[in-house]
Unconditional design. Structure first.
Length: 200
């Protein structure tokens, strides 16, 4: 009987220890609840809604690591107030005719997004360390490009940006097209920033 009780006691101690590790300390538990608790369903924006659409179309990558910096770049540097933004993996890559299906798909998305509005300006942004260029199929193309040209993946991305510019100029005759490559740079204080370099 004593053996059974001691086994149950040990089992209880083990379960209690596991529970404590899962829940964490009281302060840790409170912090976890604060970050995982669902927000209230109702929320109102502080920015007034405006019906009009901008006359600039922006295509960029979906990578969240560059999203805030891209928004700042568009608003603060390019001074775009209401751009139509489409984020897709790889940014310029799906615009290349050799991609085939994706090329036609992106054109369809553009027609839907823009509707009857003809953009006066198009901005296309690619960034370093893009996962779209690290997938198996693209990695092979990257290797072939580097072997043939002795260039880097960044060189290939810049080439794709230039090719995308030609595609846009074909789709929208007379529209100004600007292309940029975003890369992470280190500051003297050890922090990092994103620099948007215009590709000529």
């Amino acid at each position: 009987m004593k053996d059974e009780r001691s086994k149950l006691a040990r089992a209880g101690d083990i379960l209690a220890g596991i529970g404590a590790r899962v829940k964490g300390t009281p302060s840790e538990s409170k912090g976890a609840a604060a970050t995982t608790e669902a927000p209230r369903a109702d929320w109102k924006s502080s920015i007034p809604y405006k019906e009009e659409r901008g006359d600039t179309f922006v295509i960029c990558c979906v990578d969240p690591r560059f999203s805030r910096e891209t928004e700042e770049f568009l608003a603060e540097h390019l001074k775009l107030e209401h751009p139509t933004v489409m984020a897709i993996p790889g940014s310029a890559a799906p615009l290349l005719p050799l991609v085939g299906f994706a090329h036609k798909l992106v054109k369809g998305w553009l027609d839907t997004l823009l509707g009857k509005i003809r953009p006066k300006r198009i901005v296309c942004i690619a960034h370093e360390d893009c996962a779209a260029y690290q997938t198996t199929g693209n990695a092979i193309l990257n290797f072939m490009f580097q072997t043939a040209t002795h260039g880097t993946v960044q060189d290939l991305q810049r080439k794709h940006l230039k090719d995308a510019k030609v595609t846009f100029e074909t789709w929208f005759h007379g529209v100004a097209v600007d292309i940029y490559y975003a890369e992470v740079t280190s500051e003297p204080d050890g922090s990092k920033r994103v620099t948007f370099n215009k590709v000529e």
